[in-house]
Design a protein around this ligand. Structure first.
Ligand SMILES: NC(=O)c1ccc[n+]([C@@H]2O[C@H](COP(=O)([O-])OP(=O)(O)OC[C@H]3O[C@@H](n4cnc5c(N)ncnc54)[C@H](OP(=O)(O)O)[C@@H]3O)[C@@H](O)[C@H]2O)c1
Length: 329
């Protein structure tokens, strides 16, 4: 078993920076002809950092973009209006920590006449410790994983993806190399609320990214089995100079800001692999495609195990069923 490189804040930051300088063999090239004219996209967590940069670049490539934002909706709307025509985007409210907000968001989307060609599930958080939500789940678990399971199933059941036969629609998960954790998923305990403090946050963040990747693989497998025209991709953007560490203790903030600004990629640069995944025709139909920066890598073997994917699916359904949100197969 390899030693997990991303399980505490120091090794995660150090290894993330080293990765940026490692020689890479890119999967391909993002070309000016990789366009989204006439296509509809969704980006979650689109008010900030990577999500905002992805949304802007999708609009620049001709896509109509729904920006799903928990906060700063008006500010995001104003910033975009300075650059684009209002017919090219719409800002919608979405709080992944609140299932009723996810339901309202999905209903809102259903009322539009557009189907999704590309959906980028980018929103995630790094908390300062555990927090029990009204649902009974821990905030990081719900925001970084369970809400996505719920929202995506909701959108798929409502046939909200464009499956017109021309090219498969695309679901893209923004994940992280930190999914290569030493831990296997504990399906019995998954979703049970447990208190934790800052010291355990990065380890759990990586663990939930493993859960997310396992979901991505299982979702892709199920969609292929059902002959649905939706591809599922995942990626790690590498270290991004964003607001991700905003909940870190105050004393460490100035150091983090300095390190982030000196060594981490700008959100604009870090968005490129996602734009490639959203637009390139070279990757249509690829199974379990995972990019680290622009490099085509295999996910951690734990995420690829079919048994694990099935267990995760069943456990997620079990966790959601008392909330009576959806009926799952
Ligand atoms: N930064 C890195 O070095 C790095 C490295 C690897 C992977 N990633 C991944 O990249 C993605 C984007 O992160 P980032 O670096 O751009 O961080 P960020 O600037 O903090 O952006 C995170 C986004 O997620 C949203 N979000 C958080 N909680 C939410 C909730 N309850 N409901 C809906 N949206 C919520 C945030 O909205 P608010 O502004 O309203 O909180 C924000 O828009 C994440 O998936 C992260 O795990 C980042």
């Amino acid at each position: 078993m390899t030693k997990a490189k991303y399980q505490n804040p120091f090794s995660a930051t150090f290894n993330g920076i080293i990765d940026l300088f490692r020689k890479q063999i890119p999967i391909g090239e993002l070309k000016p002809s990789d366009r989204l004219d006439g296509k509809t996209c969704l980006v979650t967590g689109a008010n900030s950092g990577l999500g905002y940069a992805i949304a802007v670049q999708l609009i620049e490539r001709g896509g109509f973009v729904y920006l799903a934002c928990r906060s700063q909706q008006e500010e995001t709307q104003r910033k975009l209006k300075e650059r684009f025509n209002e017919s090219q985007f719409e800002v919608l409210a979405l709080d992944l920590a609140d299932f009723s907000s996810i339901q309202a968001f999905a209903e809102e989307l259903k009322q539009r006449d557009k189907l999704l060609d590309v959906a980028v599930f980018n929103a995630a958080m790094v908390p300062s410790g555990s927090k029990k939500l009204a649902s009974g789940f821990d905030e990081m678990f719900q925001v970084n994983y369970l809400s996505k399971f719920y929202l995506i199933n909701h959108l798929i059941q409502a046939k909200m993806f464009a499956e017109d036969g021309l090219a498969p629609a695309r679901i893209i998960f923004i994940s992280s190399e930190s999914h290569r954790t030493n831990r296997a998923i504990d399906f019995e305990k998954l979703g049970q609320f447990e208190e934790y403090s800052m010291g355990k946050v990065i380890d759990l963040y990586g663990y939930y990214k493993l859960v997310l990747n396992t979901f991505a693989v299982e979702l892709g497998r199920r969609l292929r089995e059902e002959k649905r025209l939706i591809d599922v991709f995942a990626m790690c953007p590498g270290p991004v100079n964003s607001n991700i560490a905003r909940r870190a203790p105050a004393w460490v903030q100035p150091i983090l800001k300095l390190v982030f600004s000196m060594f981490f990629s700008s959100p604009e640069k870090a968005a490129k692999p996602t734009i490639y995944l959203a637009t390139s025709s070279d990757i249509a139909g690829r199974e379990n495609l995972y990019l680290h920066l622009m490099q085509d890598k295999s996910m951690d073997i734990k995420a690829l195990e079919e048994e694990s994917g099935k267990n995760l699916w069943n456990r997620s359904v079990e966790l959601l069923s008392p909330l009576k949100l959806l009926s799952f197969k």
